[in-house]
Design a protein around this ligand. Structure first.
Ligand code: MN3
Length: 199
């Protein structure tokens, strides 16, 4: 099990003006850190301490019931943010290519149609949660939402792309304007790293 947050491959202000430095710093050093701290506390002195986080999250029924909710909420929070930081970075204005683009086209018809569909899904999410591009066991891609810190791993999907639509991810800069946050977020997606997640 990880004991420290993964290092970011960019500075807090490298995603400006799309995501502001204060949001990045607060999100990483406070929100993400708190999930990790609470996960560490929840699994202390249990056999889960020796397991990989992904292995824990794919088999929720194997988590002792007394700590299951805490482990899923906080472990999901750790996993989801690890992925989120990895698939964003300084804007390079790139779009997907190769196998990833082929699979997106197979699902949505075109990259533009995919962006529209994913955005609509994120806007429709009530309350806090995440919007995902995931790969199913059949290899095909799919867009889905999860509530709170639930992760697609638990539902048998491999996450490729994650959009945090909790207000803490955008409120300082965008207040209630979730649509503006999402529209700007596309500028910082690191498609090379998304492609690396493909099975
Ligand atoms: Mn978050």
């Amino acid at each position: 099990m990880i004991k420290e947050l993964p290092k970011l491959n960019y500075a807090y202000d490298d995603l400006e003006p799309y995501i502001d430095a204060l949001t990045m710093e607060t999100h990483y050093t406070k929100h993400h850190q708190t999930y990790l701290d609470k996960l560490t506390t929840a699994i202390a002195d249990t056999s889960l301490e020796d397991m990989e986080l992904e292995d824990i999250l794919v088999s929720p029924n194997a988590i002792p019931e007394s700590i299951r909710t805490a482990v899923l909420n906080n472990g999901g929070g750790v996993f989801n943010h690890n992925l989120f930081w990895n698939i964003i970075g300084p804007a390079e204005g790139k779009t997907p290519s190769g196998e990833l683009l082929a699979k997106i086209n197979e699902m949505s018809g075109s990259f533009d149609a995919f962006v529209e569909e994913f955005t609509k899904s994120a806007l429709s999410l009530f309350g806090s949660g995440w919007t995902w591009l995931v790969q199913g066991k059949d290899g095909k891609l799919k867009i889905m939402n999860t509530q709170n810190q639930a992760t697609p791993l638990t539902e048998g999907y491999k996450p490729l792309l994650a959009l945090d639509v909790w207000e803490h991810a955008y409120y300082l800069k965008y207040q209630n304007r979730r649509a503006d946050y999402i529209a700007n977020w596309w500028n910082v997606v690191n498609w090379d790293n998304v492609a690396k997640m493909l099975a």
